[in-house]
Write a protein that binds this ligand. Structure first.
Ligand SMILES: C[S@@+](CC[C@H](N)C(=O)[O-])C[C@H]1O[C@@H](n2cnc3c(N)ncnc32)[C@H](O)[C@@H]1O
Length: 429
């Protein structure tokens, strides 16, 4: 059945709030099959549902657009990369966060569960003779903020043993490191369920060896259950900033992406513990500054407002009297996302299609119309037509609750947001 969409064909006509006239679609809201277990091997904030990739592929087929290569410029934990590999398609994607790329690589490698189990046993058997690595003093101080001395020692030995048992470029090492990263928060004083890095001194962290054994068993089962297309090419996953990554040689026919939200999730901060263990401690400040949507205010509003599109100007200057700092952060986010729209046009093959999943936010009681802003940005960048549909959010991996500043909260008494989001389907000439 062909879905109905709101059609936007000119940047001048994308008024703030107009997208609320887009139909709500069951087709884009309800999943048709349970997600593969590999999608759940590592927590990742704002992971989107895997079935959206299949919906995007079905849309491209309806448009008689053959898809050889799928792409995702914010590939996160590799939801689209995994689905591409499963479907036997080539994949190109990037993310600025090294932990995201680690998980995405693990999820899109067709490994043998039995081999992984064997290697995990060898890792555990090697613990006795393994030596914990020596950390630089600032890294050690950071890690001791999260772990007891004993846990630091046990995790260090585990890391050494993984590196001893597997060769450096082996996809099995990537998978074992992903299992290692997945247990770090539960093996630390990181407050359970907290979406911010908060210490809970009353917490009893899990025992390292047991947690690793359980994570590996789950991972091995997930590989065994996964259904892969025999000839699917290995995905090309780049640890890079979407604004500067080189244009791929083989350009994607279809991009399926969900960008970061403005000011709500600090991905760099959320993965700082894994980053420190995996050798990325020194990159943290740079990573945080370069992550789009970071709550940190970057360039000053007076240096950026001239670059904002129409919706951007409306939103930013309505917010400004209530909260100049937030208005400045939103302006930075909008200008970055305008650049992303232009880059997506550059990346796509001729006649290519970009499917963008994007939600609005609320800050200081005001709607931040990210969807209208990005639609205008896509049309300004040179996409000829953007079709819009709304989707109901279910099973979102992150909390649907926000505080008055739009930050994620676990507390259900806070304002509930994002029970709907937008799917923007942009056509390249
Ligand atoms: C909403 S998440 C994407 C989730 C992904 N669709 C998934 O299912 O895992 C947004 C991603 O954008 C990434 N990101 C933020 N700024 C970036 C930049 N400048 N370049 C590339 N990726 C960036 C974040 O690291 C995060 O993984």
């Amino acid at each position: 059945m062909l879905e109905s969409y709101l059609n936007c064909e000119s940047a001048e006509h994308v008024a703030w709030h107009r997208l609320n006239a887009a139909p709500v679609s069951a087709h884009w809201s309800i999943e048709d099959e349970p997600e593969a277990a590999l999608h759940r091997i590592h927590a990742y904030p704002a992971k989107f549902p895997a079935f959206l990739t299949r919906r995007a592929l079905a849309y491209a087929a309806e448009q008689d657009m053959p898809v050889g290569t799928l792409g995702d410029v914010f590939c996160g934990c590799g939801t689209v990369a995994h689905e591409a590999r499963r479907a036997g398609l080539a994949f190109w994607g990037c993310d600025i966060n090294p932990v995201a790329i680690l998980i995405a690589k693990a999820k899109s490698s067709p490994l043998r569960g039995s081999r992984l189990r064997l290697l995990a046993e060898q890792v555990l058997a090697g613990l006795e003779n393994a030596q914990a690595p020596a950390h630089a003093p600032e890294v050690e101080a950071f890690l001791l903020h999260w772990h007891s001395t004993e846990q630091l020692e046990n995790l260090g030995r585990l890391l050494t043993s993984i590196q001893t048992v597997t060769p450096s470029r082996s996809p099995y090492r990537t998978a074992l490191l992903c299992a290692f990263s997945s247990i770090l928060r539960s093996c630390s004083y990181w407050k359970t369920w907290s979406t911010k890095p908060r210490v809970d001194p009353a917490k009893s962290p899990r025992a390292v060896n047991l947690a690793f054994r359980v994570a590996c068993a789950r991972l091995a089962r997930a590989y065994e259950e996964a259904t892969w297309q025999e000839a699917g090419p290995a995905p090309r996953l780049h640890l890079a900033d979407v604004r500067t990554v080189p244009v791929p040689k083989q350009r994607p026919d279809l991009l399926v992406c969900s960008g970061p939200y403005a000011t709500s999730v600090d991905y760099a901060e959320l993965h700082q513990l894994s980053g420190a263990w995996l050798g990325h401690f020194d990159e943290f400040a740079r990573l945080r500054r370069a992550s789009i949507g970071t709550p940190l205010v970057g360039a000053k509003l007076r240096d950026r407002h001239a670059q904002l599109n129409r919706v951007g100007l409306q939103v930013v200057f309505s917010l400004y009297p209530r909260d100049p700092a937030a208005a400045s952060a939103i302006a930075n986010y909008f200008v970055d996302m305008q650049q992303v729209a232009a880059r997506c046009l550059e990346f796509l093959a001729p006649r290519g299609i970009g499917v963008f999943v994007i939600g609005n936010a609320r800050l200081r009681g005001q709607v931040i119309d990210n969807a209208a802003h990005f639609t205008e940005a896509l049309l300004e960048a040179g996409f000829t037509r953007v079709r819009v549909v709304r989707r109901q959010i279910r099973n979102k991996a992150t909390s649907p609750f926000r505080d008055s500043l739009g930050r994620l909260q676990r507390d259900p008494s806070e304002h509930r947001q994002y029970d709907q989001e937008f799917v923007l389907i942009a056509h390249r000439p």
